[in-house]
Design a protein around this ligand. Sequence first.
Ligand code: NAP
Length: 537
Amino acid sequence: MSGIGPDVDVVVIGAGFAGLYALYKLREAGLSVRAFERGEGVGGTWYWNRYPGARVDIQSVEYMFTKFPDLEQEWDWTELMPAQAEIERYLNWVTDRLDLRDQITFDTAVLSATYDDVTATWRVETDAGEQVVARFVVAATGCLSAPIEPAIAGLHSFTGDSLYTNRFPKDGYDFTGKRVAVIGTGSSGVQSIPVIAEQAAELVVLQRSAAYTLPSPNRPLGPNELDELKSQYADIRAAQWASPVGTARFGAVAFLGRRTLTNILEASWDERIAKLDELGFAGCFAWADVFLDVEANEAATRLYAEAIKRVVTDPRTAEDLVPHYPFACKRIIIDEGYFETFNRDNVRLVNLRKHPIESVVPSGVQLEDELLELDVIVYATGFDAMTGSLSRIDIRGRGGVSLREVWAESPQAYLGLGVAGFPNLFTVTGPGSPSVLTNMVTSIEHHVEWITDCIGHLRDHGHCTIEADPDAQDEWAEYVHTFAGPIQVHPSCTSWYLGANVPGKTRYYMPYAGGLTRYMARCADVVENGYAGFDLV
Ligand code: NAP
């Protein structure tokens, strides 16, 4: 390294899957590293989102680090798709086994990171008042870690308990005997609603947009099943890394792996119903054209309405539960007994499109036509995704330019890894990377290894900085957009992929939908061609 001595080679922001792996790999590469983590413990997403029912939608044996053949044999998953507590335990175990804890400063948020053109270093400042000068910053800040507070009048006037799924109390919460409202029916709401319903005296679900959700195939792993899976880990890993989504076992969306799908638009109503009989909810979407064609997608939604009617006994509730936007423009949800929950006597659905919220008041929620008196309000209202976690840090690149301002116009990063004007800042699973459209763990591993190799290359070749070239970044952004089809960018879609869930955020499809394998090949090409599209100085 050249330049005026920094305190450390690398500052890593965050200690979830990405931060932990970055710490490990960078340390292995002989670099000095400090990590800062806002939470009191490791886990990132799996530290904060500890709401009842929180569970991953990937199978456990694939939702773990894939590059530790010895370590992975020692960890015993208990379920096909693990719940939050088990994933958090796994990450703590890995942290200790890899001896990473001492390098992490917990309970400390990074407030700013400022690039110094003269010394080619970053000055990182924390909310504990500490300043660390580093050559590189690796933002392992997660795609879904900046909670948004819904724009509802009177939010803070409520005198009962206000809970947020994405920063749920560490010791849990007992809903027994309480009158509860859940606002939001994305993954977090849909997963928590059945569990809360079992405890609460009364539960009102306040739904603005209905959800596309599929029943989870989760179950405990059988007595010898995990041993059998462990004996196949090498093959499972190979299949994962050959898969365009970083997972070969698919979980709730197994039909996506089937190759002989027919077109829904060429099927009669009876044939469509037959698919429903065969596959249940998944049968609505097990068609070749549903992900590509808006009309086919609408046909699938009509079948979905039929599937809901088969479960939900009250016809009006069943009708209100049907979405009015394309399937798969938002993340597909998996649930455990979501629709069945609406048959319970203590549960009621309020369609906010028909009965809008006027305000939150001290005693509950005032709808336009009714006062809901409540003890607890649970907000499952989502995140400022993909860019929010970094936009909330005051990051200043070359010439004092603010990343927040740059991304407010267009949230771009070359390969999702680096941003023009911000030398030596790496974004793990940044906008323009496959990230949220894949198994996050495999994407994270790929990014961290690419970044570690890159820093090693700079060191070995006497380079001081690497920075995305603005033209290469523009070209990448255009290329990324070629994969966003009519379903993803449909005008009725208010997905966080588009930033459309955040008032005022630029509507811009952020993830790369071209698949992890194609993306990895492109990243490898870039390296082979001397880090094409990056300027190395
Ligand atoms: P989300 O998908 O963005 O859902 C937020 C919900 O809150 C939506 O139903 C939204 O309605 C509603 N909402 C927001 N503001 C509102 C307001 N002012 N009034 C009424 N309703 C409002 O957020 P999320 O459920 O936390 O999930 C985010 C992502 O996290 C998921 O897509 C997934 O990738 C990840 N996640 C994964 C899992 C898993 O299974 N592995 C579990 C939880 C989360 P509109 O749609 O109308 O805006």
